[in-house]
Design a protein around this ligand. Structure first.
Ligand code: CA
Length: 223
């Protein structure tokens, strides 16, 4: 398993490299954004650990470029700011997970292992959140033993949320991913769709799974 660390702080980069190498990974390090993008596009990595604030090119630009080039690699980004908008921005750009600095190495290692278990290329066939089970092959959703009938759009919306349990997804991101258009002017469409989805997925059940994060978007999680 080969991992690229893009981190300009030498001490942090050396610490991550040492820990991950000891954890059995092959690790490369880039110390600025340009070199990071170069290595990411010229080598094959299972995971990129990407700092946001970097000289020459920031982490977000790198991620946007990787997605533009269709380089399908998992990205864990490191943000120094405990700012929910930062996280949303990272996830909108296609990051798989994030960690807020400072973090314990054990936490990083747990996230890395969890990300690497999620295979890319090989699609998942089932997603489970609490008693909600989504069968991606049969296109059906169940809560416990109860079958939930969804329209194709509602199904796509539920899958998007369920693929990111615990992550707040913005209306803009949801609009882009589910309707494939930019709804900047009218994300009300998302609110309406979420309301309908909730009627089917949550209303009849004691435990609610879809939650509103005011001013930001929606998240699916067991609370
Ligand atoms: Ca930095």
């Amino acid at each position: 398993m080969r991992i690229l660390i893009v981190e300009d702080e030498n001490k942090a980069a050396a610490y991550l490299r040492k820990g991950l190498t000891e954890g059995g990974f092959i690790v490369d390090v880039a110390h600025d954004g340009q070199d990071g993008l170069f290595q990411a596009t010229n080598n094959h990595y299972e995971l990129i650990i990407l700092d946001v604030m970097l000289p020459k090119m920031d982490g977000w630009s790198i991620m946007a470029e990787l997605r533009r080039l269709n380089i399908n690699v998992r990205v864990l980004f490191l943000t120094a700011r405990d700012d929910i908008e930062d996280r949303v921005k990272g996830l909108e750009l296609g990051a798989d997970d994030y960690l807020v600095k400072p973090f314990a190495f054990s936490e990083l290692l747990a996230r890395v292992r969890s990300l690497l278990r999620r295979s890319i290329g090989q699609p998942q066939d089932k997603i489970v959140v609490a008693d909600l089970m989504i069968d991606l092959i049969k296109h059906k959703a169940m809560r416990g033993a109860v079958r939930i009938d969804l329209t194709p759009k509602e199904f796509a919306l539920l899958v998007l949320l369920a693929k990111h349990p615990g992550e707040v997804l913005s209306r803009t991101l949801i609009a882009e991913r589910v309707w494939d258009i930019n709804f900047d002017s009218d994300t009300n469409v998302v609110d309406v769709a979420i309301r309908r989805l909730r009627q089917k997925v949550d209303d009849e059940f004691e435990k609610k799974l879809i939650h509103t994060v005011r001013g930001i978007g929606y998240v699916i999680e067991e609370r």
